[in-house]
Design a protein around this ligand. Sequence first.
Ligand SMILES: Nc1ncnc2c1ncn2[C@@H]1O[C@H](COP(=O)(O)OP(=O)(O)OP(=O)(O)O)[C@@H](O)[C@H]1O
Length: 253
Amino acid sequence: MDEVVRLEHIYKEIEGRVILKDVNFSVYKGEIFSIIGGSGSGKTSITKLIVGLWKPTKGKVLVFRKNVPELSGLELDELRKNIGYVFQEGALFDSYRVWENVVFYYLEHGKHNKEELRKMALENLKLVNVDESVLDLYPSELFGGMRKRVAIARAIATRPQLIIYDEPTSGLDPITSRVIDKLILELRNKTGTTSLVVTHDMISAFTISDRVMVIKNGEIIAIGKPDEVIDYPHPYIQEFVGAIKSCLKHAKV
Ligand SMILES: Nc1ncnc2c1ncn2[C@@H]1O[C@H](COP(=O)(O)OP(=O)(O)OP(=O)(O)O)[C@@H](O)[C@H]1O
């Protein structure tokens, strides 16, 4: 299977404190891979290493078979063009309309005219089940679930090979959270894009993922298919998933 991301023996130390300790995992082409763990467990640190914002203290971070810490600035730009990042708060630009947000990369870099860009924005919005009625709105006029969809439409606009979702359901009510889960799944099924999801949301992780990784204090505790991980006999995992186990057994997206 094609590896899109591979972390090998990663250690990250900040101010004398080890925040990632011998982290090893791979994400394969087309899969939805979720990283779950409590606050401060190291989830965001892993995404920072993948997009080259941080360098590891030790170890290799391979993305699209390139060792990220060794890339030049230009090579990093090229790599990031291939990674769509859906930020926790959406990170939409409030002074730009929805269509401008969606095609922001092309507004900055492209040679397309306004009509072409609006058409491109609409094509991407349609992929996240949004119609043209929002094209000219500003982000402040959208409710939470819609903001998230627009943020996802923006992340996929450059047709990245990898999408990183940072807490995609945070701040959303449970019903909207399940709608976003369904969307992540649909999008992967439609486009085949490899998806890395960082989340606190157990239901989300265990219902949409092909594989789940549990991390605690910078160390991996388990990696596997949701059904395997949920029954993993580790006290932390049982504590973490125990409360929602019966709910998960019945949850369907
Ligand atoms: N810039 C930094 N300087 C010092 N310590 C940091 C820095 N960024 C993160 N850390 C520490 O690294 C550890 C892992 O943080 P990280 O943000 O990766 O956790 P997380 O699992 O994403 O948490 P959350 O779910 O709360 O976002 C935490 O103990 C955090 O305090």
